[in-house]
Design a protein around this ligand. Structure first.
Ligand SMILES: Nc1ncnc2c1ncn2[C@@H]1O[C@H](COP(=O)(O)OP(=O)(O)OP(=O)(O)O)[C@@H](O)[C@H]1O
Ligand SMILES: [Mg+2]
Length: 268
């Protein structure tokens, strides 16, 4: 059975897509089978992996979600949706059609559990399923949190972004109490941190002081100009900058994922 990790934050541009892509590559490099699933109508995960026009693919998350809403999930479509990206890494794309689908979801029974139905078709074939969320808290994010075992929240090391986390964490805790009692918070991931600035150091301290008692503050991902430039070239910073500081930070995240939610986790 795959461990499902949802990467969410209603704030845009905090590193969700980069984290899903780099964590996926890192897990694959350690021999784990990873499925990366885009749940953002912007289609950024696919674009970041080099699928520039996700809407041209016949089966994406849009079709899988529609089938789930209509009660018509079938194996052939489940198969067609999976695109092999590299050794041990597959992905499922999304595109702007997801926006319309969110409205359709409002009319069905148990609208937050449709993604879980879709993913159940892939559970046996992967070690990890990583979900890349949209920059808003709506039914898609609810679906992610209902389908996930773990949630990971990247946050930019800026004062307002760190303050804005409170609402996101309250929503997550609401889902844990009502819809998915087995959901666990993997941690808060400070992203794009320039630790040479006092401001970034203050924000890291603020995160530690505010949430550190109850939630793990993961090792920060440093800011890198190279990471900023690489986003639309079909490869992740993890792949193109092997010895770099961003890759190093994601390697540490891979270690934590393997320790905390992998098959190698010791019994506690
Ligand atoms: N460590 C980093 N250093 C510098 N730039 C980064 C880093 N990580 C990501 N970026 C860049 O920041 C931008 C936003 O990152 P990303 O797309 O991963 O965020 P997101 O939260 O998925 O955004 P959205 O909410 O729009 O989906 C991208 O241009 C990306 O290349
Ligand atoms: Mg994104």
């Amino acid at each position: 059975m795959a461990e499902v990790i949802a990467v969410v934050n209603q704030k845009g541009g905090v590193g969700k897509t980069t984290t899903v892509a780099c964590l996926g590559m890192g897990l694959a490099a350690r021999g784990k089978k990873a499925l990366l699933v885009d749940l953002d109508a912007q289609g950024s995960l696919g674009i970041c992996l080099g699928y520039d026009y996700p809407e041209k693919y016949p089966v994406t998350m849009v079709e899988l979600f529609s089938a789930s809403v209509a009660g018509e999930l079938d194996e052939t479509n489940a198969e067609k949706a999976v695109l092999p990206y590299g050794e041990n890494v597959d992905c499922i794309l999304s595109h702007r059609g997801l926006t319309t689908l969110e409205f359709a979801l409002l009319k069905v029974e148990a609208p937050s559990h449709k993604l879980a139905q879709v993913l159940s078709q892939y559970q046996e074939r992967y070690d990890y399923i990583l979900l890349d969320g949209p920059p808003m808290f709506g039914l898609l994010t609810m679906n992610m949190l209902c389908a996930a075992d773990w949630v990971l929240v990247p946050v930019q090391a800026e004062y307002l972004a760190a303050k804005g986390l409170e609402q996101m964490l309250r929503s997550i805790s609401g889902i844990m109490k009502t819809e998915n009692s087995s959901l666990r918070i993997l941690g808060i991931l400070p992203s794009m941190v320039n630790d040479r600035t006092r401001d970034a150091r203050d924000v890291l301290k603020l995160l530690e002081d505010t949430y550190g008692n109850s939630i793990r503050i993961l090792p920060a991902v440093p800011f890198s100009v190279r990471a900023k430039e690489i986003s639309s070239r079909g490869k992740t910073i993890y792949q193109v900058d092997k010895g770099g500081k961003v890759t190093g930070a994601y390697e540490r995240l891979v270690d934590i994922v393997l320790e905390s939610c992998g098959k190698e986790a010791p019994d506690v």
